[in-house]
Design a protein around this ligand. Sequence first.
Ligand SMILES: *[C@@H]1O[C@H](CO)[C@@H](O)[C@H](O)[C@H]1NC(C)=O
Ligand SMILES: *[C@@H]1O[C@H](CO)[C@@H](O)[C@H](O)[C@H]1NC(C)=O
Ligand SMILES: *[C@@H]1O[C@H](CO)[C@@H](O)[C@H](O)[C@H]1NC(C)=O
Length: 411
Amino acid sequence: MRPQLFTNALLGGLVAGLASATASSSVSLATATCNPLKSTGCPADPALASSVVEDFKSQSDHFSVYSTPDQIFYTDEGLKLTLAKRFDNPSLRSNFYIMFGKIEVLLKAANGTGVISSFYLQSDDLDEVDLEWFGGDGYEVQTNYFSKGNTATYDRGGYHKMDDPRSDYHNYTIDWTSEALTWYVDGQAIRTLTNDSSQGYPQSPMYLMMGIWAGGDSSNSQGTIEWAGGSTNYDDAPFSMYIKNLVVVDYSTGSEYRYGDTSGSWTSVDAVDGEVNGRQEKADAEFEALVSGDSVDDEDEDDSTTLSGGSLSRTDSSASASEDGSHFASVSSVASGSIPSSKRSITSDTQASSAATTLKTVNSASSLSTSAASSSYTASASSGAGTQHTVGLLNLFASFVSAGLVALTLI
Ligand SMILES: *[C@@H]1O[C@H](CO)[C@@H](O)[C@H](O)[C@H]1NC(C)=O
Ligand SMILES: *[C@@H]1O[C@H](CO)[C@@H](O)[C@H](O)[C@H]1NC(C)=O
Ligand SMILES: *[C@@H]1O[C@H](CO)[C@@H](O)[C@H](O)[C@H]1NC(C)=O
């Protein structure tokens, strides 16, 4: 069984930490980095506290461009994310967080050796719940999870046989409660993780990410390339993944979710003006209705102003996916809790040596796009989930990397 080499957060964090350091000295890494396990002063996370359905026929107010805006398309069929050339990593990130809930996505994974289609939940303290598909692999999906960014265990990843995820849309469901986490494909449970797992249990407020990237890029470590299923051949591009529908229900109520201490335990999370698991029954009912195509009273369709608590009251809803990553600036400034994970650095002394190894590997590779250095937000937007984006900047910030941003290659 192939190991999962990294968390998506670690990849994104590495890249963007570098990017923001490079881009502008006015972007302080200290403020860009807030892991609630290490600090009690982190900004709270804007709560969804309702239900959302998206067909992605047009840009959604609930999602921001995370990377590669020019390869994100809203079509009659829904969302299309295209890897057209090397270093493309089109991806979206939700502006909201959920504190337990259910997610269902109708998704068709991309073709292409080494091309990874990904859909995952992630928290500020680096809990993660993943679904990933391999473009060279027509018969399985990988499920994975991380607890508090811990990559030191290797049997978290699960591989599940299914009909070719690249030839048709399939229905993937994540049911995440304080008791268990269950992944479904086409309504069949494929895996359940209970909250007593010896490797930890994801239990902190999560945002959603979806994107496509080349795990098989030659700038990646050999382990990553192998995990991805081999080297990506860009002559075969473009590669696209598709999302036709997305339903998200939050089990909790409130305006924002705040870590009460540095334990990372869900029982320490404070739902401000609300309650953790305060709407579970209601949410389950809404979920059933929404996945059947019905609407619900509490539904929050394409109208961010109705977001409970209004902490995400983005007013620039006309902002389009074609703008650059500076989009994040406005979102972050309105909702301070939504600083992209790409703006957080990960520190792990014990893993410094593997970071050094990584550094050598990527140093020999090609250079990062110049846009990464032109603005901090553009830089973060070009980070996403792929290691390949780190190249180049690593040359400039080697010491920074070896000091703080590691854990990339654990194998
Ligand atoms: C993948 O390739 C197959 C065979 O060419 C094609 O039928 C399918 O539509 C492709 N899938 C995607 C997501 O492009
Ligand atoms: C874990 O789940 C069990 C039910 O399976 C529940 O009784 C218990 O409270 C949960 N533990 C935590 C820490 O949530
Ligand atoms: C997807 O699966 C869920 C159960 O996990 C089911 O309730 C829902 O109706 C399915 N949706 C589609 C479009 O098949």
